[in-house]
Design a protein around this ligand. Structure first.
Ligand code: 5GP
Ligand code: SF4
Ligand code: MG
Length: 462
């Protein structure tokens, strides 16, 4: 999911949130929502669909205020329904709160029991609403917003990057491991008053002309109001484990994450792949868009010419019209079309960021051969995905992960390539500019940094 928050009394905050979410669309295409606070009143609007489909000028004009919180959703828990759209809005003693969550809690059963004990009223089936309700319950015991949020976090186990709007200010917070990203930006104004922005990625700051200041740290809470920004370390137990998959695939390449430009990092992944596995070939190409930076890096280090071999239709999005049987047999052409004049008679190295189920990869390989490629060597700029994610990336249950049960040779045979190579785990971590210990790499090795209750484990592990 994508989260966004802004405190800017002189600005049209709903529009800033709209454009922020627009830049975070890749993080979730299922539903979108914005809540604003206007001198104590709260307005919100959310619906299924893309940001550009959910909002228009007149809806945004009704979202008045000094504070806005926004969310783009991609479901990992709770089904794909309008009631599950965020921000989750909850009534409290101090007024409404609107919460936008990225990540996934693993102890929802326990949390639900505690909330039932306290008479929690739900409208959705999401872990995110549970956090909002818990904060509301804590506020109702007499705590202020910050105290209530911190005591609620003690009930939350898992991944959570949160933006929480209130009538008095905005909270930004990350779980003790900081699995999902969250950054702070500022809109500099002529009167020298700095206005603050929170967002999942820096690309959402760029689009509204805000300047990146720093990340919210794992286990940190920031409070933003008219006096600016104040920070609180809310736990001693912080132990950074940023999702490495964010760096490799999920986040936009024009974002900066944990001090790395993701485009530069993905280039280095490709260079590292070339250092680890050189194959003789005529051209190297990437699977658009996610495989392209690594393919350029591979070309740079190997000296093999980089060429575009597949053209992506950037306007397809999701279509609900079923293709005809004949079209289906032709596979992926709706989205990716091979360039015959580039591929004809060539030995091709094709690079992708990851193989999850292997179904797309096989279709792509067939399309390259149909277009005349005489050899297809696939190289992947991350290690084999052998374990499911419980922290908010929808990589499916373990029995659907091709590398969970098959060796590299077996996968190569199944996706019909002449050779298949994955990047090593050491290589993937070595080319970040950070401590290799500061990443979650569980989907590559099963070392889950946050303990997962047995019942949840059983739901996704073989
Ligand atoms: P596969 O060959 O496993 O069917 O698809 C691999 C492609 O899916 C890669 O191009 C990669 O960019 C993309 N991908 C990687 N991770 C995910 C994920 O978590 N969900 C989805 N839907 N696609 C992913
Ligand atoms: Fe990211 Fe994989 Fe860890 Fe999930 S398990 S948080 S996808 S590195
Ligand atoms: Mg891809």
């Amino acid at each position: 999911c994508g989260v966004f928050g802004v405190y800017a009394p002189e600005e049209t905050v709903a529009k800033l949130a709209y454009f922020g979410l627009y830049a975070l669309q890749h993080r979730g295409q299922e539903s979108a929502g914005i809540a604003t606070f206007d001198n104590g009143s709260c307005y919100s609007y959310k619906d299924m669909g893309l940001v550009s489909q959910v909002f228009n000028e007149s809806i945004l004009a009704n979202l008045q205020g000094q504070i806005a919180v926004g969310h783009t959703r991609y479901s990992t828990t709770g089904s794909s329904l309008k009631v599950n759209a965020q921000p989750a809005v909850v009534d409290t003693r101090l007024g409404k709160l609107a919460l936008a969550h990225n990540g996934n809690l693993v102890n929802t059963l326990e949390l639900r029991q505690e909330l039932d004990r306290r008479n929690g009223q739900y409208v959705s089936t999401t872990d995110s609403e549970m956090i909002a309700i818990m904060i509301g319950k804590e506020v109702d015991t007499g705590k202020d917003w910050i105290e209530a949020a911190i005591s609620s976090f003690k009930w939350c186990q898992g991944a959570y990057s949160l933006v929480i709007g209130t009538p008095d200010g905005i909270i930004g917070a990350r779980d003790p491991h900081g699995v999902r990203p969250l950054v702070i930006g500022t809109i500099r104004q002529e009167n020298n008053i700095n206005r603050y922005v929170l967002a999942s990625e820096t690309c959402a700051l760029d689009i509204i002309g805000a300047e990146y200041i720093r990340d919210v740290e794992p286990g940190e809470l920031v409070w933003i109001d008219d006096n600016g920004l104040t920070s609180k370390k809310w736990t001693e137990a912080s132990n950074p484990k940023l999702c490495v998959f964010e760096m490799i695939y999920f986040a936009r390449p024009d974002s900066i994450m944990g001090h790395d430009s993701l485009y530069a990092y993905r280039l280095r992944l490709g260079e590292q792949l070339a250092k680890e596995s050189l194959t003789d070939a005529d051209i190297v190409m990437g699977v658009p868009d996610s495989g392209i930076p690594a393919a350029i890096g591979y070309s740079r280090h190997s000296g093999i010419t980089y060429q575009e071999g597949l053209i992506k239709n950037r306007y397809v999005g999701r279509t609900f019209i079923q293709p005809t049987q004949h079209m289906r047999e032709h596979g992926i052409r709706m989205k990716l079309n091979p360039l015959k004049d580039v591929l004809e008679g060539k030995r091709v190295i094709i690079i992708d960021d990851s193989i999850v189920r292997g179904t797309t990869s096989r279709k792509i390989v067939r399309a390259l051969r149909d277009a005349g490629a005489i050899e297809v060597h696939m190289k992947i700029s991350s290690p084999p995905v052998t374990h499911p994610c419980f922290y908010g990336i929808d990589t499916d249950s373990q029995d659907h992960l091709i590398a969970a049960t098959k060796s590299v040779e077996e996968i190569a045979r199944q996706i019909e390539v002449d050779s298949l190579t994955y990047l090593s785990e050491e290589g993937m971590l070595k080319v970040t500019s950070q401590n290799p210990q500061s990443f979650c790499t569980a989907c590559f090795n099963g070392n889950y940094p946050i303990e997962i209750p047995e019942n949840i484990k059983r739901s996704k592990l073989m």
